[in-house]
Design a binder for this molecule. Sequence first.
Ligand code: NAP
Ligand code: MG
Length: 453
Amino acid sequence: MAKIKVRHPVVNLEGDEMAGVIWKDIRSLLIEPHLDIPIETYDLSVSHRDRTGDAVTLEAAHAILRAGVGIKCATINPDAAKRLELSLSHPLKSCNGSIRAVIGGVIFREPVLCPGAPTLVRRWTKPIVVARHGFGDFYSAAELAVPGPGKLTLRFDGNDANGKAISLERTVFDYPGPGVALAIYNLDESFREYAQTCLRYGLQRGLPVVFSTKNTVLKLYDERFKKIFQDVFDEQFKVDYEREGLTYEHRLIDEMVATALKGEGGFVWACKNYDGDVQSDFVAQGFGSLGLMTSILVARGGAVVMTEAAHGTMTRHYREYQAGKAVSSNPIASIFAWSRGLAHRAKLDEDSYLQRFAMELERACRETVGAGMMTRDLAQLIGPNQPWLTTKEFLNQVAARLDLALAHDGRREAPPPHQLDEFVSTHAGQARSLLGRRPSGPKGRAQLGAAPP
Ligand code: NAP
Ligand code: MG
């Protein structure tokens, strides 16, 4: 069968350890046999980042901005022990943090739901997409060790909305003895952008959006965030949401945690920075395995996307691999990094063949698990006697199903409505205009069953 010719490049970001091994297998077994695609590769393995003084990470980030699509393997975020183990000479920053500093955007984490793979929270039958605000709060806080008794004040010197000089000051606490202090900040503009990105994403995906804060305690800080989110919804999204039968609401974070656990899923959970950090791990585990958790960074109004698995490099599994043992790491989230990245490429290029390939790749993963063939992490959820495959055996099964699906071409029925399909189709116009490209062909779901040339 002829390969699908893809016109524009994707940026491939290579990584470390077990994730890096699986990454190469995914390319050779699932991508390269079917796609004739320009792939710009950047080696973000920790040793290469170290050799380049981390310049390669910045180059990669700018390449993603140019191409509109980055597909990233997990990378080591070295701590002191890792620096010693690998004899690293540079104090490398978090790879993802460096990339985000260049392209900005919001991270959405979402589980892959596979029939036959039970979730740990059995009620969750629909995805919960956790969004995390990535600016300010605790992650850029100013901390102070208070040595003894004294007064702590919060003071602002600057201008008011009309440009007039102003000073604001309030007493935080009268310390009777030693302790600690912390100040955090945020920006209206960052709140606004976050609200827009989350609400646009909910609309694309056909999912209601819930935003959670602790506005009962932070009556000014969180209340401002809540108000801006509501204003953005009322002014820019309300009509579209009503038309699509979707909802937006704000909830107290405590109530939201309880509601999420009681429900069946099926919503975008827009979180503040710290809540998103914590709740994304809670949700990931609730859905069963880190190997099913995908992560997508949506930037520049949806025009630029970087996809990856939410898990790390799986050091423990890599040690087993190095010792020559059979490894059963789950490659699904890494495969979905490819399928979602390629789907974005398809959306930008209005390429229905590539779009269909991305859907078939995801379908092949789900059907393989549905047929009872899975890696150990999923098998353990079913029970101790459930048989499991090694990573390589699982990948071979997915490859066989994918080959079959693509070979069927026109004989296979058009795929049913699918979350990727919605993700792909909705934002094509806007993304294209942001990148200054013209549409180059017909679009729409009707084409999805068409045979590649
Ligand atoms: P990890 O790589 O996510 O793995 C932790 C454990 O979670 C594994 O040992 C395994 O549990 C389970 N797990 C994760 N992914 C799995 C999969 N696909 N299939 C089956 N089980 C899976 O976290 P880590 O070991 O703490 O971190 C290793 C390195 O990754 C660190 O250097 C860290 O900085 C980096 N990291 C990178 C990223 C990124 O690039 N986005 C994200 C997180 C961490 P069992 O051992 O019980 O099988
Ligand atoms: Mg976390």
